[in-house]
Design a binder for this molecule. Structure first.
Ligand code: HEM
Length: 403
């Protein structure tokens, strides 16, 4: 047995959040599991190697989710919200709710959304081509999910959708440590508690639209498969988990295409590669920085001891560029690569239940865009999104050249 290697890095400082590339390299090199600097009093150990992360994900008995998928230990710390019914529970409870959810977000349900998504993507690309110079984050990769996801999940009231963006900031900042930066951000969001209340109200039976995912959770409650409170919580869980994750993943993809004109040319020639471009961007620089697990007993990870209750941070972006898994070209963005098996949408029983929805959005938006836009040109630097849990860009300035 060897001792726990240490790395003198706090992963939640502003510098590391702005560009975690060096942290990811050092983490992978330091060992299979590594003690990191404390952050706001939280002891953290990190995993950055693909093979180790996959093994942790797949061993849900020894590495549980019920003590929180964020930095807080739900057995000891005061939770900041009602814990997630899927991502923060363990079997057998988890599997019951998961089965209901998987049956609701079925391939048939998704097929039914396609026509509407396509019409909205067509209209958006018309508008982008008229505008010519855009901030791809605000105008495209945020605008599209904001248009389609609330309808699909809640059939949400059209009024007040901006609350969903504020809700996501609150949710994903609160999953990390309360650093002075995170506190400042949360204080700067106008009426964040009002946004949380809006999302809660929008998840109630009387506010979800017939045919939406939320309405189906309420039908499951009527059939006795879930309680009423579980139906409301699941609706808001999906909208919370599904909005900004998709927004920043789409933005990551567009930003990479902007930096790699040969890859955009390939996509323009073969717009059906849109879905592969999205998964390759998820591998290259996932929008979800980390998820946490907690050992249910004293364990060893590749011979390194880790104590029961020690929060383990799975650093997804580090695994996505692990040369041991992806070879010497791990740092290249290549939309023809077989990036299947990346861990950026999780793995095992907690793997992302919304992945087919996110992939369908990407396929439709990127495919429609690539068909009609011959080339894209950077007209300024992109601005990184600094958030405890999410990664991406808030400003992606570019000019479009029509096909
Ligand atoms: C590209 C966008 C997305 C990314 C990068 C992403 C990432 C992830 C990751 C890494 C996990 C694993 C969490 C863990 O193991 O603890 C996860 C789980 C989950 N995701 Fe996503 N997600 C995305 C889109 C969505 C969407 C659109 C929805 C909802 C419609 C959604 C709902 C969920 C839920 C409910 C879970 C928990 C599943 C479980 O524990 O059984 N996600 N996601």
């Amino acid at each position: 047995m060897t001792t726990l290697p240490e790395l003198d890095i706090d992963p939640f400082t502003e510098d590391v959040l702005a560009d975690p590339t060096d942290f990811h390299k050092l983490l992978r090199a330091a060992g299979p599991v590594v003690k990191l600097q404390q952050s706001e009093g939280h002891d953290i150990v990190g995993v950055g190697r693909h093979a180790v992360m996959q093994a942790v994900y797949e061993n849900h008995a020894d590495f549980i989710s019920g003590r929180g998928s964020g930095i807080l230990d739900l057995a000891r710390d005061e939770p900041f919200r009602v814990p997630g019914l899927l991502n923060e529970t363990d079997p057998p409870y988890h599997d019951v709710v998961r089965k209901v959810t998987t049956e609701i977000i079925s391939p048939r349900f998704l097929r039914g959304l396609r026509r509407d998504f396509q019409a909205k993507a067509d209209a958006l690309v018309d508008w982008l081509l008229d505008k010519k110079e855009i901030n791809a984050h605000l105008d495209m990769t945020e605008a599209f999910p904001l248009e389609v996801i609330p309808d699909a999940i809640m059939g949400a009231r059209s009024h007040g959708r901006e609350n969903l963006l504020k809700y996501s900031v609150w949710l994903f900042e609160s999953m990390g440590p309360k650093t002075p930066r995170a506190r400042r951000v949360l204080e700067s969001v106008d009426n964040v508690q009002g946004a949380v209340a809006w999302v809660e109200e929008s998840s109630q039976r009387e506010n979800v639209h017939p045919g939406s995912i939320g309405a189906k959770f309420w039908e499951a409650a009527d059939q006795g498969l879930l309680s009423e409170s579980e139906a409301a919580t699941m609706t808001r869980t999906l909208v919370g988990a599904g909005m900004d994750t998709t927004i920043y993943s789409l933005g990551m993809t567009v930003n990479l295409l902007l930096d790699n004109p040969d890859q955009y040319a390939l996509l323009h020639a073969q717009p059906e590669l849109g879905k592969f471009a999205f998964d390759e961007a998820l591998r290259w620089g996932t929008s979800v920085r980390q998820v946490f697990r907690t050992p249910s007993r004293d364990v060893e990870i590749e011979g390194v001891p880790v104590k029961e209750e020690q929060k383990i941070m799975l650093v997804l972006g580090a695994a996505g560029r692990d040369p041991q898994r992806w070879g010497p070209t791990a740092d290249d963005f290549d939309i023809t690569r077989d990036s299947s098996g990346h861990l950026s949408l999780g793995r095992g029983i907690h793997s992302c239940v919304g992945a087919p929805l996110a992939r369908m959005e990407a396929e439709i938006l990127l495919g429609t865009f690539a068909r009609r836009v011959k080339s894209i040109e950077r007209i300024g630097e992109s601005t990184p999104y600094i958030n405890n849990t999410l990664r991406g860009w808030v400003d992606i300035p570019m000019r479009l050249h029509a096909a």
